[in-house]
Design a protein around this ligand. Sequence first.
Ligand code: GDP
Length: 315
Amino acid sequence: MARAIDVPDLIARARQGQAAAVARLISLVEDDSPALPEVSAALAPHTGRAHIVGLTGSPGVGKSTSTSALVAELRRRGKRVAVLAIDPSSPFSGGALLGDRVRMSEHDTDPDVFIRSMASRGHLGGLAGAAPQALRVLDAAGCEVVLVETVGVGQSEVEVAGVADTTLVLLAPGMGDGIQAAKAGILEIGDIFVINKADRDGATTTRRELRTMVGMRAADDSWTPPIVLTVATKGEGAEEVVDEITNHGDHLRSSGELTKRRVARARREIEALALASVQRRLGEFGAGVQELAVQVEAGALDPFAAANQLLGASS
Ligand code: GDP
């Protein structure tokens, strides 16, 4: 039997910025705890203030290093910051592994920096269902900027944009990078492009290529995505990136785009949760599905009618 959870107490402590309470609440999200609806309802009035910034890009491009450099710059500006590293390819128990992956030792002892990793594979709602809940915890804890980074490989590169207000796309100099980006659909989702590893040859060429490609994309013309060159290992360019994040935040608010993006995010979250709920209930009707399948195979029932029966039975 799980230990009873004192949700109001946890939330009160998280709002005071107590790291242990924040960590515990995010664990509840990760574990798909039955207490989540209560947590979610209690958090709701304290959310909506954090600027959610997604970082995406191919493995090895420098996401972790850049995140650390951005945290340092944001702290210089006195911001309370959180980092949420999501690994969509790890099962829930992957937390410890992820802990090693997030190399943020320079920020470990700073009480105004929350660093948390979360696995989303196996979470019924997937990244779209799990991440917003964890983000709400960090938002309610008073984090002004939350950096969301996906680790590992997969679809998540584009998915992270769905949970962010502002999406940073990281690239590195090198042949074909621009073309790869176009393939991955990454050009469409970038609000700010960062060419990291600018200490290597080809950074200006990559910038030129990227500028052409970004110029061609069918986008809202009130925001032209800036392209910033950085050397994350030295913190170079972090100041400019943070300036651009702030500019984009101002743009989102003044154009009404922030609300639009957040409504779209809420919608995806609702859909993910509803689908998860249906899936869970279908699972509970396991034997019933088998029975229907036998009837369909025998020609006694058509699959549409069977599905309808199932949905009727599970609602
Ligand atoms: P991630 O997989 O995208 O999170 O990439 P990492 O942050 O782990 O970086 C991958 C490797 O690139 C590491 O060895 C970093 O030290 C290195 N790296 C990151 N940023 C830079 C940079 O600006 N210049 C150079 N030369 N190396 C970098």
